[in-house]
Design a protein around this ligand. Structure first.
Ligand code: SF4
Length: 200
């Protein structure tokens, strides 16, 4: 199948300027937990970047809507495999989050069939994550559970986590390198248990 036909099935990939590879995004206003957290002052979703700026432009919004709808397409897994295969790193959800256990299991299928790609998936969906066993997660996928509140420590129920801090001690170097990952691949590295990001 041609690349343009594969892109039609999944609604295309996204290309965040920070990342070394492509990503996939969904509308942030469809985040099950995130849309509630966005109303809570002091939460990591309060003032969410994916609810403003370029994410509100009509073409960007329509593309995310198409991707959300595409999750139900019977050819979604196979098309994602073909599109992701050529890339060394892939980020799930630069906007949006897991929608269901079935959605996560489809992502597992994509990861298993793209062994040459490292995948990183941040999530705030504890109720979905608690339904999978850590050893079910494909070896080339790091799922990081993001703590809900700014300056909250990492959760203990999941081995890979991320936090947001205001103490200036964050481990993510992107703010010192033009808001880009450049050579850093810490988020994709299973040996790094927690990544802390500076509060924007
Ligand atoms: S920790 Fe590294 S890989 Fe993760 S977002 Fe920051 S710069 Fe990118």
């Amino acid at each position: 199948m041609l690349k343009k036909d594969l892109e039609k099935i999944v609604g295309g990939l996204s290309k965040p300027s920070k990342m070394p590879g492509p990503a996939y995004n969904l509308p942030a206003y469809k985040c099950i937990t995130g849309q509630k957290l966005a109303q809570v002052k002091g939460s990591v979703c309060y003032g969410c970047y994916a609810l403003k700026g370029r994410y509100r432009f009509k073409p960007v919004k329509s593309a995310m809507e198409r991707r959300l709808e595409a999750l139900q397409h019977p050819g979604w897994v196979d098309a994602m495999i073909q599109l992701i295969k050529p890339h060394k790193e892939f980020r799930w959800h630069d906007s949006g989050d897991l929608q269901s256990l079935e959605h996560l299991q489809n992502i597992f299928r994509v990861c298993r069939s793209t062994p040459g790609t490292k995948h990183w998936l941040p999530t705030r969906e504890a109720q979905i994550l608690k339904r999978v066993k850590v050893n079910e997660v494909p070896r080339n996928l790091v799922i990081r559970f993001s703590s809900h509140m700014v300056d909250q420590g990492p959760v203990s129920f999941w081995p890979w986590t991320s936090t947001v801090t205001t103490d200036g001690q964050h481990s993510c170097p992107s703010s010192k390198q033009g808001n880009k990952c450049l050579d850093c691949r810490a988020c994709w590295d299973r040996d790094i248990r927690n990544i802390s990001y500076g509060k924007h």
